[in-house]
Design a protein around this ligand. Structure first.
Ligand code: BGC
Length: 889
């Protein structure tokens, strides 16, 4: 009985370069060939050399079953240094594993005071200009004298940047330095450039773009939100074999020139004049005699932090599935998928010829190219040819949300092979897979995944196409649990939540979008601001990440205290602006806000956030807080009941969303609970099992139905194909999740032009129910991060099989069930080593349940089994289990 250690991580990441965490956390996984394997002890070594000749730190053998986020002690870390580490684990039987493979992390600058470079910018042109302007190029040459053993660039920008060294691109990050709350936090990136240097003359070049920093962001035309100068900060540190070190940094000696990028904007696209290219500009030997000296700017280093998540990268490429001429006579490409990124294309022609690509999500009912729902976002790429040979171009500082591309200047029948759709999003480990017997539900799952891809572009956005693309807190909160099934979002939300904390108001209020780019006078809507509490709690639950609770605790508490201070009743939230049940279908005509009273929603979320804050205090050992927020929670719940339920238990807000919130957050009990359940059931009957819920109610609706014993109703809702339903849009050909249940109506017309995104992940929150209830993979709050897994699939009418797998921090959890034609039922479950699980095998009373052929009655390799309501509860350790349920003996 031995174990092997694999997949070493530091701060969630594999071999990260440039992290400034003072007490990095190490995680690893175990493999084992026998069931029930657990770690009983571990040993970690950290060394400066990969041979571990003289370890800097050795934990010795530590009796512990911890293998996720094991925090290293606060030993003295040096900056810009590689630390190797390896791990050994002891099995349940006490046998040691061999040492794991060696991994490493590398520190970055560690402190902002370590920076000495100057911020540099192209000389002042028209920085306050209303119109977007040309992108500058910055460069300098330098000599390398001797054998280089290692070279790193630490760089960031105000704006966006891309680097080249000796004519080759540095790294593969897009949209560096990423979007943060720039006033308080700007990430810098670390690049290993050892291989790009050459002995003798070298040159380095940077291109700067507007990005979120100074481009047009949000729908009121705002620009220069964070500043009006694009600037670069860079240090190249070279280590020579003979022990010398050298530093090349941005300073007054750099030169600035005009790039061929005449315009580049997040929303509007890019204009590029290839005739202005300066071949060799980032290589040595280039004559920059006509370039100007840069200006150094007085910015300091206080805001600088190391890159926190993985950057946006080009993740995959799509080929167009069709190119055709619309009834209006326009030439259009179809990529077959509503995607986010940009098009790389190849073109040939005369110098000065111009081609244009415009991007759209849908065609209108006549089959014509449709861009009205983009509002002010132009999503247009223009390219002016240099002429002669074939030319290939891909824009740099912009992204588009699109399926269709209108082509101008490519002739009547362009060659589809000349166009490639480059899919861009934050690089995250894919963790989840779900499939079932219904193809439409599988397409829905596909659409949910693409909704996440398109909207996890450095921050969680509402939509990726119109003049918005902002980090809407409500949307993020609604979708986070689903996202945590699909990919590992630990680092992504760690970063975003730090921005939330940074942008939180002094009184604890939370802006509607993070990073905050809106009017500071209005903020803090219920269910939106609650992201401050719900998101860190979800990351803790899904990844066992206690540090995020430590980091966010003050922010979580400030939000609850903010609510408490509103209005004159401490226990109700009945004042202020709220988005309410946004886009609920029971709204008044011409309103975006569903019928559920806003103070009802606000107080329900107040109670929910307070309950999570209390749990957080318990996890962190803050006993006084736990008691205080436990008491506050009781008072809020009492006030909620008193205000919204009659003494005999009648719910005074008769909407689906109201009933769903009361039941989901467990705010009612006894007769009131029974009556609320009956109310929800009668509302669903009235609507012939169609939802009327909006952003607030929808994510919880099916969960509530499954919990109250109406799994049948949840499945009915899932399988509806007429409006409003998840599958309506699937039958209409959607490849992502729509903002509106009727973004495209039955007759092919559109819902509206000003709020009609076809890539809005909020309603994709049904994904959580597919994984957690249909396939039945859930966490256990008392042993989070899937240390203890709860597996309880709830099969329903309409599916003959379903299967999900989830790569947790411990390894793969899988649940797959299948109904046989003879009435039999099988369930296969995988639990990774060093985790345990409670599995509920659904089985009717009197049925026989076997595991790997043996009858379940306490025997078999399974730790314990007992009949429970609706099936058998089996407690297991790691391993693969195969249960068979049959009616006969
Ligand atoms: C966004 C949403 C957001 C909402 C606030 C919209 O414009 O697209 O998804 O949550 O505003 O209600």
């Amino acid at each position: 009985m031995s174990v092997q250690v694999y997949d070493l991580r530091c701060e969630y990441r594999r071999q990260p370069l440039g992290i400034d965490v003072r007490r990095p956390r190490i995680s690893w996984k175990l493999s084992a060939d026998e069931r029930g394997e657990l770690q009983t002890a571990y040993r970690i070594q950290v060394a400066a050399d990969d041979g571990f000749a003289s370890p800097i730190w050795d934990s010795g053998k530590v009796e512990s079953d911890e293998s996720v986020h094991v925090e290293l002690p606060a030993f003295i870390l040096e900056r810009r240094k590689r630390y190797y580490f390896r791990v050994q684990a002891w099995s349940r039987a006490g046998e040691p594993s061999p040492w794991s493979e060696t991994s490493f992390w590398e520190t970055g600058m560690l402190e902002s005071s370590a920076w000495t470079a100057n911020w540099i910018a192209a000389p002042k042109g028209s920085p306050d200009a209303e119109e977007p302007e040309q992108c500058p190029m910055l460069r300098r040459g330098f000599a390398v004298d001797g054998e280089v053993t290692s070279a790193r660039i630490y760089a960031t920008a105000r704006g966006l940047y891309e680097l080249e060294l000796n004519g080759r691109r540095v790294g593969d990050a897009c949209f560096a330095p990423g979007w943060t709350s720039y006033g308080s936090r700007i990430q810098y990136q670390t690049y290993d450039v050892t291989e790009l240097l050459q002995s003798g003359e070298n040159a380095i070049g940077a291109l700067l773009g507007n990005g979120w920093y100074k481009g047009n962001i949000a729908w009121k035309g705002q620009r220069n939100i964070y500043g009006d100068r694009r600037a670069l900060l860079l240090e190249l540190h070279i280590a020579y074999a003979d022990g010398r070190t050298e530093r090349i940094a941005t300073d007054a000696g750099w030169k600035a020139g005009h790039s061929p990028i005449l315009m580049s904007e997040i929303y509007h696209g890019e204009t590029y004049d290839a005739r202005l290219e300066r071949p060799g500009w980032s290589s040595p030997g280039f004559d920059d005699g006509d370039w100007e000296a840069v200006e150094t700017l007085a910015y300091g280093y206080d805001e600088l932090v190391a890159q926190e998540n993985d950057p946006v990268r080009s993740i995959q490429e799509l080929a167009p599935i069709d190119s055709f001429t619309t009834p209006a006579g326009e030439v259009v490409l179809d990529f077959g998928q509503n995607m986010v990124g940009r098009v790389r294309f190849t073109v040939q022609g005369e110098a000065g010829d111009e081609v244009m690509l415009e991007h759209a999500e849908v065609l209108d009912r006549e089959g014509n190219f449709y861009t009205e729902n983009l509002r002010a976002a132009k999503q247009t790429v223009r390219y002016i040819l240099k002429g002669g040979e074939k030319e290939t171009f891909e824009p740099r500082f912009t992204f588009q949300g699109f399926r269709y591309v209108r082509l101008t200047g490519f002739g009547p029948s362009p060659n589809a092979a000349d166009f490639v759709g480059v899919v861009l999003h934050t690089d995250m480990d894919r963790t989840g897979r779900f499939a079932c017997s219904d193809p439409l539900v599988n397409q829905l799952q596909h659409n949910i995944e693409w909704g996440q891809k398109g909207n996890f572009l450095d921050v969680p956005t509402d939509c990726p196409q119109r003049d918005e693309r902002c980090g809407w807190t409500g949307d993020a909160q609604m979708f986070i649990r689903t996202a945590a099934y699909l990919t590992n979002i630990g680092p992504f939300f760690t970063k975003w939540l730090r921005d939330l904390r940074a942008d939180q108001m002094p009184d604890g209020g939370v802006p509607f979008v993070i990073p905050d780019v809106l009017d500071p006078e209005v903020h803090s809507s219920s269910a939106w601001g609650d992201a401050a509490v719900i998101c860190p709690w979800t990351i803790y639950l899904c990844y066992g990440d206690k540090r995020i609770l430590e980091e966010q605790h003050d922010s979580m508490k400030a939000w609850v205290e903010y609510i408490r201070a509103q209005g004159d009743d401490e226990y109700l939230w009945n004042t202020g602006f709220h988005y309410g049940d946004w886009l609920g279908l029971d709204s008044k005509p011409d309103s975006y806000v569903g019928a559920t009273d806003r103070d009802y929603i606000a107080t329900a979320f107040y109670a929910y956030s307070t309950s999570l804050l209390r749990k957080t205090a318990e996890v962190l050992g803050k006993e006084e807080d736990a008691a205080a927020y436990g008491a506050l929670y009781e008072r809020v719940v009492a006030a909620f009941r008193n205000e919204f339920f009659t003494p005999t238990g009648r719910l005074s807000v008769p909407t689906q969303t109201a009933a769903v919130l009361a039941l989901m957050f467990e705010l009612v009990e006894g007769e009131a609970r029974e009556r609320t359940i009956r109310k929800l059931e009668s509302l669903l009957e009235e609507s012939k099992y169609h939802l009327t819920t909006g952003f607030v109610g929808t994510p919880y609706l099916n969960h509530v139905l499954s919990r109250i014993g109406r799994n049948d109703a949840a499945y009915k809702l899932l399988f509806q194909q007429d409006y409003p339903s998840w599958l309506y849009q699937v039958t209409k050909g959607a490849t992502t999740i729509w903002e509106h249940w009727d973004g495209i109506k039955e007759d092919g017309s559109f819902w509206s032009k000003d709020m009609n995104s076809f890539n809005h992940y909020a309603y994709g929150a049904i994904g959580d129910w597919l994984y957690r209830v249909v396939a039945g993979i859930d966490t256990d709050e008392s042993r989070p991060g899937y240390k203890h897994v709860r597996v309880r699939p709830q099969p329903g009418e309409g599916l003959t099989w379903a299967e999900a797998s989830l790569e947790t921090m411990y390894g793969e959890v899988r649940s797959a069930w299948r109904k046989g034609e003879d009435g039999s039922f099988t369930l296969e479950v995988t639990i990774p080593p060093n985790a345990t699980a409670d599995i509920v095998v659904p089985a009717p009373e009197g049925a026989t349940v076997r595991e790997s052929g043996e009858r379940l009655d306490g025997a078999s390799g399974v730790a314990s089994a007992q009949p429970v309501d609706g099936g058998w509860l089996v407690a297991v350790g790691s391993g693969v289990y195969r249960f068979e349920v049959s009616q006969n003996q």
